[in-house]
Write a protein that binds this ligand. Structure first.
Ligand code: BGP
Length: 466
């Protein structure tokens, strides 16, 4: 059966500055949190490959843009590294700006829209040392960074995004203890989440001011990108299971949806945190008005896996921290064993319908979806092409559910595949490859198409697939 997507539905690629650019110490680039962590503890990174090289896009950008164009992609999301664009005084670093001008010009010349995201987990080291997102002054520093970037590139970048996955740093660094500094402290995590929220809203406000002053392209848009995941629980749940679903959804999903669609924070979540758990979120006078200005023009929705939860064993842990939920293992789940993530394409539909219900006026697009696989060399044929049928199946199945969500009224405008060109994946480094394009680490970061590249090329050309 042929499945058709709307004619104006767009395909594109998602990547980020810190995972692709490399050239970490040229052109006045400052050190980032990732450079710091790599230096402190290289053994935390797969095969001891730290943050330094990305996929060498700094040198390959012209070839990369042409590759994206050849796959009939209309757009490319990357992020501007704060560490490359500004110096330590918060002023423009001309050499860094010059590289971004080259990248953006090249995309524009090739008819590829740049979707410019302003933050992808990459705090400058000197600001991290001042407390990072725990420090409200860093929030202002971020707003300054965004303003300078929009002033510099506002005439040539149409689509701006404030954050990628703003939930990830609070959780990975301060709640689950997975990323440096490995803390498990809900109070810190929720306050970092709050500060990032304020940072987002200030950035939107800067965008609106510049837009009003005629400093941006005609039709410019501002958005936020987040990893949304529909929370599910077991069959025949108890009321405690349902409460676990509600709070998981509240903290991960609704928190951001309410800010970007309605300019407010979810009151039930604030009540739970501040009244039931007695945890202070440090707010300043005037914050409510700042948050009211956080509404965006559209939303990027990253989807990889569903969240399955059930009631926690107790309400608080041994350190007095609230327990929100504990994982529920669905007996029928199908896993991507390399990443440890469940593959559940219907989840992309379920959350699309949730956006439709809860934020009916907010258009969105799938801003990340993809499959990372370890040991892809094992799938290489005699011509050196990776036969990645598993990736074709993964994308196809998700596109089918996206098509259904559009049929059922979701305002989903397009699809960006994550890691269209293999890139560096944080602590996993180059363990799992996501790309339609392979990056040959042993051959100067050469690019080579995988089987999936010709498949997606056809899909993006015709907006249809079998
Ligand atoms: C998203 C991030 C990306 C990317 C992707 C794949 O959460 O926005 O930066 O890394 O996940 O995850 P990973 O690289 O950890 O396999």
């Amino acid at each position: 059966m042929t499945i058709k997507l709307p004619e104006d539905f767009f395909f594109g690629a998602a990547m980020s500055g810190p995972q692709t650019e490399g050239s970490y110490n040229v052109g006045g680039r400052l050190r980032s949190y990732w450079d710091m962590w790599s230096d402190k503890e290289i053994s935390a990174f797969h095969n001891r490959v730290g943050s330094y090289v990305g996929n060498d896009m700094y040198h390959h950008y012209e070839e990369d843009i042409k590759l994206l164009k050849s796959m009939n992609f209309k757009s490319f999301r990357t992020s501007m590294q704060w560490t490359r664009l500004l110096d330590k005084n918060g002023k423009l670093n001309q050499e860094g700006a010059a590289w971004y001008h080259k990248l953006i010009d090249c995309a524009n010349e090739n008819g590829i829209d740049i979707y410019m995201n302003m933050y992808h987990f990459d705090m400058p080291e000197y600001l991290y040392e001042r407390g990072g997102w725990e420090n409200r002054e860093v929030v202002d520093a971020y707003a300054n960074f965004v303003r300078i970037a929009m002033e510099e590139f506002g005439q040539k970048v149409k689509y701006w995004f404030t954050f990628n996955e703003p939930i990830v740093e609070p959780e990975q660094q301060y709640l689950h203890g997975v990323w440096y500094p490995y803390e498990k402290n809900f109070k810190k995590s929720i306050n970092v989440q709050y500060h990032i929220t304020i940072a987002h809203c200030l950035a939107v406000n800067n965008f609106r001011k510049l837009e009003k002053a005629g400093k941006l392209c005609k039709g410019a848009k501002i958005g936020m990108i987040n990893c949304f995941s529909p929370p599910y629980t077991k069959e025949n749940p108890s009321s405690a299971d349902l409460e676990a679903v509600k709070m998981t959804d509240g903290l991960h999903n609704r928190w951001w949806l309410e800010v970007v669609a309605h300019g407010r924070l979810p009151q039930d979540v604030l009540d739970k945190v501040q009244n039931d758990w007695n945890i202070e979120i440090v707010m300043q006078p005037g914050d409510q008005a700042i948050i009211a200005a956080g509404k965006v023009d559209w939303l990027g929705y990253n989807y990889y896996q569903p969240t399955r939860v059930q009631a926690p064993d107790s309400e608080f842990d041994e350190n007095g921290m609230p327990c929100i939920a504990k994982p529920y293992i669905w007996p029928d789940r199908k896993m991507n064993v390399y990443r440890g993530w469940e593959i559940y394409p219907k989840g992309i539909y379920d959350f699309g319908m949730k956006i439709k219900e809860e934020c009916p006026d907010l258009p969105f697009f799938i801003s990340e979806n993809g499959m990372g696989v370890e040991g892809e060399e094992g799938y290489m044929d005699e011509n050196g092409t990776i036969q990645d049928d598993y990736r074709i199946e993964f994308v196809r199945d998700h596109l089918e559910w996206i098509a259904k969500s559009i049929d059922d009224g979701a305002n989903c405008l397009g699809y960006h595949y994550w890691g269209a060109i293999d890139n560096w994946s944080w602590a996993n480094a180059f363990k799992n490859r996501y790309g339609f394009i392979r990056v040959c680490l042993d051959k100067n970061y050469d690019r080579k198409e995988k089987k999936s590249a010709s498949w997606i090329r056809e899909v993006a050309k015709t907006n249809s697939f079998e």
